[in-house]
Design a protein around this ligand. Structure first.
Ligand code: IPE
Ligand code: IPE
Ligand code: MG
Length: 234
């Protein structure tokens, strides 16, 4: 019962490194793409829970710059899933007044998929209740290098503040909490600039099995932490 209570201090921005879809399927002797399909159900469930709790921004690492090196069959299955589900996310987020944003370089995605993603971003842009931010073909190093090149072109020196405005996340608060599922303890090129003072949580649960119980455990863990930002307790 302990974890059924909503803690007082919840993060403004929670980011998920959604890992473990492939293993979830392999454990069941299914092709990996079945795990990705199941993982999409978790996205819908998690978004619903988080926005219901009043969390303002939910980021989801869905496809990394390195993931495109996976076998073509898996990459195509991921594209097909995005094509199928972005219109559904859009409908659900519009109903809930949530805005969909995308970070990453989707320029090499198939044109149809790009159009579907753009439509979801465009149609939901006035959402006031929260932001559902998808990292697609996202890599933090690529993001930082892109920002550096914009700065070089402008000919102006950057500050920490102005540099952060050149990142994909310029309109979002920094992630208070980064959660990685699937039992690995690494960031895998995710929000390396933004995570300077993020709290980190690692869950053994594979993403398709992740749900309310795990979210409540993590939020209670987060609420008990003392964020000092290098200072000492007052
Ligand atoms: C995360 O699950 C989803 C993506 C990276 C697209 P994985 O596909 O990495 O699943 P595991 O880690 O192999 O189990
Ligand atoms: C991180 O998972 C990327 C996403 C969740 C989209 P990976 O499965 O690609 O990362 P590694 O290979 O375990 O570091
Ligand atoms: Mg993985």
């Amino acid at each position: 019962m302990k974890y059924n209570s909503v803690p007082d201090r919840i993060p403004k921005h929670i980011a998920f490194i959604m890992d473990g879809n492939g293993r979830w399927a392999q454990k069941r002797l299914l092709p990996r793409k079945f795990g990705h399909r199941e993982g999409v159900k978790t996205i819908r469930k998690v978004a619903d829970i988080c926005f219901g709790l009043g969390i303002e921004c939910v980021s989801l690492y869905a496809f990394s710059t390195e993931n495109k090196e996976r076998p073509e069959e898996e990459v195509n299955a991921l594209f097909a899933l995005m094509e199928e589900y972005f219109p559904k996310f859009m409908g659900e987020m519009l109903e809930n007044d949530v805005r969909i944003t995308v970070m990453g370089d989707v320029s090499y995605f198939p044109e149809r998929l790009r159009a579907i993603i753009s439509e979801a971003v465009e149609k939901s842009k006035n959402g006031k209740r929260g932001v559902l931010n998808f990292a697609l073909n996202y890599g933090s190093r690529a993001e930082i290098v892109r920002a550096a090149n914009i700065a070089v072109k402008s000919g102006k020196q950057v500050t920490e503040q102005s540099f952060s405005q050149l990142l994909y996340t310029s309109e979002l608060p920094e992630p208070d909490l980064i959660v990685r599922t699937g039992g690995e303890y690494r960031l895998s090129n995710f929000m390396l600039y933004q995570c300077a003072y993020s709290e980190l949580c690692f869950s053994q649960t594979l993403w398709p099995d992740f749900g309310k119980k795990q979210i409540m455990e993590i939020l209670n863990d987060y609420a008990a932490r003392e964020r000092r930002y290098g200072k000492i307790k007052q």
